[in-house]
Design a protein around this ligand. Structure first.
Ligand code: PLP
Length: 265
C-alpha cells in the first residue's frame, strides 16, 4: 500500500549515472510509495561502464545531514549503503545512537559490479564492530558475507553457518543473497529463531546495475509501511525480480534495473 507521507531515509553514496546508490534508493522509495530523504556519504563519478573516481564527504557534513533530517522528519525506516572509511562509519553510528531508529537496513557495500572498491580496506573492521551491531537487518551477498566472516561459502549449509556468525555480531536478522553461487538463486533470512529460504529460478540479464541498493531500499520502504520482516523481504524480492526483468539498455555498459515498469505503455 503506497503512502507518500511515510518518511524513509537513505545514507549512501551518489551514482552520477543514476543506476545505483542514492539515486536507485530514491527511485525505489518513490516506486514503492514512501517519502524518500537522503544523506550523502560520498560522490562517485560513475557511469554504466564503471566507477571513475570517488570523493568522500567529511564526517561533519554527514553528521549534520543526519541531524537535520532527524530533528525535523523522523524516518520510519532507513538504509545505509556505501560508507567508505572508518571516520564516516563512526560518525554515522554515534549520530544515529542519539536518535535510536528501530529499522536500520544495512547493505554492506564493498565492491561495485564493475570491480571498484567502494569500502576502503581499513573500514571493514569498523563496519563489523560498529555498524553491523546496530542494524535491524544486514543484506550481504556471498562475497560480502565471506569478507565479514572470514569464511568461504560454497553451499546452503555454509550460508546458514556464516549467517549465524554474522547474526552473533548483533543485528536482528541477516538476509544473505546467494546469487553468486551456482544453481538456483537462493537467498536465506536468518534470525534468532528464523531460517527462511527463498528459492527462485535463475534468470540471467545483462542490465543489473544497482540491484543490491534497490533490494535494501525496497526492504526499507516495506518496513516503513508497516510490514513485518518476512512480508518485507517477500515483497521486496518480488519488486527486484520485476525490476530486473524489465531492466533496459541505456549507456554503453551495464544498464540499470527498471523501477517504473508499471507506468510503461
Ligand atoms: N555506486 C554506489 C554509489 C553504490 O552505493 C553502489 C551500491 O552498491 C554501487 C555503485 C554498486 O552498485 P553495483 O554493484 O550494482 O554496481
Amino acid at each position: 500500500m503506497r503512502n507518500y507521507k511515510v518518511p524513509t531515509l537513505t545514507i549512501a553514496g551518489s551514482d552520477s549515472s543514476g543506476g545505483a546508490g542514492i539515486q536507485a534508493d530514491l527511485k525505489t522509495f518513490s516506486a514503492i510509495g514512501t517519502y524518500g530523504m537522503s544523506v550523502i556519504t560520498a560522490i562517485t563519478a560513475q557511469n554504466t561502464q564503471g566507477v571513475l573516481d570517488v570523493e568522500d564527504l567529511s564526517g561533519k557534513i554527514i553528521r549534520k545531514q543526519i541531524e537535520a533530517v532527524f530533528n525535523d522528519i523522523y524516518p520510519k525506516a532507513l538504509k545505509i549503503g556505501m560508507v567508505s572509511n572508518p571516520e564516516i562509519i563512526l560518525e554515522i553510528v554515534s549520530t544515529l545512537k542519539k536518535y535510536n531508529p528501530k529499522f536500520i537496513v544495512l547493505d554492506p557495500v564493498m565492491i561495485s559490479k564493475s570491480g571498484y572498491c567502494l569500502l576502503k580496506k581499513e573500514a571493514k573492521d569498523s563496519l563489523i564492530k560498529h555498524l553491523i551491531p546496530i542494524a535491524y537487518v544486514v543484506t550481504p551477498n556471498i562475497p560480502e558475507a565471506e569478507e565479514i566472516s572470514g569464511q568461504k561459502i560454497n553451499n546452503l549449509e555454509d550460508m546458514k553457518n556464516v549467517g549465524e556468525k554474522i547474526l552473533n555480531l548483533g543485528p536482528k536478522y541477516v538476509l544473505m543473497k546467494g546469487g553468486h553461487l551456482e544453481g538456483d538463486a537462493i537467498d536465506v533470512l536468518i534470525g534468532k529463531d528464523t531460517f527462511e529460504i527463498y528459492k527462485e529460478n535463475r534468470f540471467n540479464r545483462k542490465n543489473t546495475h544497482g540491484t543490491g541498493c534497490t533490494l535494501s531500499s525496497a526492504i526499507t520502504s516495506h518496513l516503513a509501511l508497516g510490514y513485518d520482516i518476512f512480508e518485507s523481504v517477500k515483497l521486496s524480492k518480488k519488486y527486484i525480480t520485476e525490476a530486473i526483468t524489465h531492466s533496459f539498455d541505456i549507456g554503453k555498459g551495464v544498464g540499470p534495473v527498471n523501477h517504473f515498469y508499471e507506468f510503461e505503455d
